[in-house]
Design a binder for this molecule. Sequence first.
Ligand code: NAI
Length: 287
Amino acid sequence: MNIQKVVVIGAGTMGSGIAQWFAQEMCYVELIDNSSEQLQKALSSIHSSWDKLVEKEKLTSCKVSQMKKFLEIKSVENISKDADLVIEAIIENLEVKKELFKKLDQHFEPHTIFASNTSSFPIELMAEVVTKTRKERFLGLHFFNPAPIMKLVEVIKGRDSAPKICEDLYQWFESRKKMPAMCKDSPGFIVNRVARNFYGEPLRIVETEDEVKMKEVDSILKTVGGFKMGPFELMDLIGIDVNYSVTCSVWEAYDKEPRFAPHTLQKKMVDEKRFGRKVKHGFYKYD
Ligand code: NAI
């Protein structure tokens, strides 16, 4: 497997982290978004995190200036056609994702592999809109937040994904010190299925927005449970909007099984646009 050029579509929380990681691996990366403001924001945040690593002497300035050359932001109209791998990381909305993949299929060369970073939608549903040959080169690559740091990547084999491509990508990630996990194309894959209760149960425990109770639950899960972040802190990091969409989609996929049910508080926060850290206000407030 030779991945030299990667196009990442969606420059939000995940897309910018994924683009950063690939550029650190010395792949040439084009980062795309339909918002030019978001693209600029993502580029300056990636550059500033690299500059901080130089200050901390974790990277040399020479390496960082090389990495900066490997990462370019582009508008949707100017994407090149010859990428080895395209990773979609736009909003968690099945119809919008399908619409995008349909256009991308016509745009990219036949050899380009398509991957979705979806948290919950079946890969086979997105692959429905592409040509037969592309279906074999279509899979899920589910990164975790923050993508440059988190080692796990779920490699999701859709109904028509070529096993060889999934296996080669698995090995490619392994050779670059990620920890890939091969997954079935089932709702929420592995982590997002298990994690539904890590968010759902704490929401049911606190019932209403009571900061003291939320801090208590976060603290217990960190100190006693050994988790790096508590559920309320983690939902704020993921994005309340993203987490809510994923909850709804997994719940629907499992025929509205009560253990996966979204909480009214999640919907309320989405309606109030309290999306978490990215807007500096979620369960907690941020500077
Ligand atoms: P986000 O809301 O931070 O970013 C989404 C970006 O996509 C925005 O910048 C938006 O302008 C852009 N966008 C929307 N429609 C577009 C289109 N048609 N063409 C180009 N750009 C478009 O979302 P986030 O959190 O980065 O999530 C992206 C995907 O990654 C979702 O599928 C989500 O489920 C998945 N994911 C999210 C994780 C998280 O912790 N937030 C973790 C793992 C996966």
